[in-house]
Design a protein around this ligand. Structure first.
Ligand code: ADP
Length: 501
């Protein structure tokens, strides 16, 4: 048998596990969705900064420098003037970005790290490290790739690293980045080494990269995910809890309605029993009264006969008094028996019905001998589960009645047997006696009900028999074609004894 405590724990675990699993799956999905959204948002911001720098590079390359060289070629600018503050876009952007970070700082915003990285820089600050060099190679080999994005961790803080290839080296670039000797003399004088020279047209010679802290974004993702997952968990748990409560209430309601039904049935049963008891009390007092009246009447007659000297009548007066007292004794005995049947019962045993019948016949040997009675007992009587002494009483009563109500029959025949009806075994005691009118087939099982008031007996026997059969969970009834046609008393024994009160 499953332990109810374990069952309860298992169902509780199931109740908690399911929402936990769903909430975890939802949390993972949510986390990815939220962090990817925040990452895209951060990328867009960082991209904007880089594109604005790129715009300035373009302005310098396409507008400022051509204007400058044109002015110089036309003699408007005298000499070989060159200064990176005015003519180098990478120098200008790097410094402009520093100023930009200062502005950000003033606004309380985190700084964004910027670097123009090249394998061949003029200024060593722009020297590409190993990783940046690998990116330059990749962008040169794969022209379809236009950006690189990665979340990196520095000192436990998360950053979004974003890089784009710098402008492809054009013919205009070669003016300052080609052979050293072709470059403006001012530039040559400023940068004595080979750095930044000897570049080739069509080559991506540098990358621009930005690094932005995104720890806050991740924290936001954690908080939002955590809150949503907790919300989902709470909601699922609530739904499940609600369902469970509903089921509990439903089960309890069903239990209660069953209880109410049972109680109503019991109340009805009790009402019937009370009415029966009332009838019983009335009948008992009425039937006990009649021998008492007889005794009282004949005691008076006895006194009178003594007083008047009618001694010849004394014996008959006394006989009437004794008969009435005997009648009362047998009434009280039968009543006692009936009350005993209602109250106590012997433990049920497996017993052969043939043995029960044989026992009853032994007890009735005297009666059977007195009259010419042929009793036939079927050989196929089954074994039953019953209160043995009580069942002997049943058989004894039925066989005795068969003899008692033989009428004018000289050759009394009694058959004890069984038949099967719809899978149910029906036992019977059949006689060829006076028979019973169908109007009284039910009535005869009532207490003190006798069809012939002059007949011997108290009218309690069949009531007793019915009580015993009902205590065994069975039914009893009589079948008779009518007066003079004999009677067959039938009963069933389902084998379960009713609870004894
Ligand atoms: P009692 O036999 O003491 O009168 P019972 O309760 O045994 O009381 O029977 C009730 C009545 O049923 C009897 O008085 C009788 O009229 C009728 N009865 C019982 N058994 C038979 C039978 N085998 N044949 C005809 N009538 C019967």
């Amino acid at each position: 048998m499953p332990d109810p405590v374990n069952k309860e724990t298992a169902s509780l675990v199931r109740l908690l596990l399911l929402p936990l699993l769903i909430a975890s799956a939802a949390a993972v999905a949510l986390y990815f969705a939220i962090s990817s959204y925040l990452l895209n948002d951060a990328t867009e911001k960082i991209q904007n900064v880089l594109l604005s720098h790129r715009g300035f590079h373009q302005y310098l390359q396409k507008m400022m420098l051509p204007t400058y060289f044109k002015a110089r070629d036309e003699g408007n600018i005298v000499g070989d003037f060159y200064t990176p503050e005015v003519l180098s876009s990478s120098f200008i952007i790097r410094n402009m970005h520093e100023l930009y970070n200062q502005e950000r700082k003033k606004e309380g915003l985190p700084e964004i790290y910027y670097k123009m990285a090249s394998n061949n820089p003029r200024n060593p600050v722009n020297q590409a490290d190993e990783f940046e060099a690998s990116l330059i190679t990749m962008f040169n080999e794969r022209r379809d790739i236009t950006e690189f994005r990665k979340v990196i961790t520095i000192d436990g803080q998360k950053y979004l690293y974003y890089a784009k290839p710098f402008l492809t080296t054009s013919k205009a670039c070669i003016r300052c980045h080609g052979r050293r000797t072709d470059a403006p003399p001012g530039l040559q004088a400023l940068y004595p080494g080979e750095g930044g020279f000897n570049e080739k047209e069509g080559i991506i010679r540098a990358i621009e990269s930005l690094r932005m802290p995104i720890q806050n974004q991740y924290q936001t993702a954690y908080i939002v995910t955590g809150s949503l997952a907790t919300g989902i968990l709470a909601m699922i748990a609530l739904v499940l809890f609600n369902n469970r409560m509903r089921n509990l209430v439903r089960a309890r309601t069903a239990d209660l309605s069953l209880e109410v039904e049972e109680r109503t049935a019991r109340e009805k049963e009790l009402e019937v029993k009370n009415a029966e008891l009332e009838r019983f009390t009335y009948t008992v007092s009425h039937d006990l009264k009649s021998p008492l009246i007889t005794i009282k009447g004949f005691a008076g007659a006895l006194q009178k006969d003594i007083a008047t000297g009618r001694h010849d009548r004394l014996a008959s007066d006394l006989t009437r008094i004794t008969d009435a007292a005997d009648k009362m004794t047998s009434l009280l005995n039968d009543l006692l028996e009936l009350s005993r049947v209602g109250r106590m019962i012997n433990p049920p045993v497996r017993v052969a019905m043939g043995d029960i019948v044989a026992d009853a016949l032994t007890r009735l040997a005297g009666v059977l001998k007195e009259h010419t009675v042929t009793v036939t007992v079927a050989s196929d009587l089954p074994t039953v589960t019953a209160d043995q002494p009580r069942l002997v009483e049943v058989m004894q009563n039925l066989i005795e009645n068969a003899v008692k109500y033989r009428g004018e029959q000289q050759a009394v025949r009694i058959d004890v047997g069984c038949r099967s009806d719809n899978g149910e075994t029906i036992f019977f005691v059949r006689d060829n006696g006076i028979g019973i009118d169908s109007r009284y087939h039910e009535n005869i099982f009532g207490l003190f009900n006798k069809l012939d008031t002059q007949s011997e007996g108290t009218g309690i026997g069949l009531a007793l028999v019915r009580r015993i059969i009902e205590l065994h969970g069975g039914r009893i009834w009589v079948e008779s074609a009518g007066v003079g046609q004999g009677s067959t008393f039938c009963f069933t024994l389902p084998g379960r004894l009713a609870t004894v009160m």
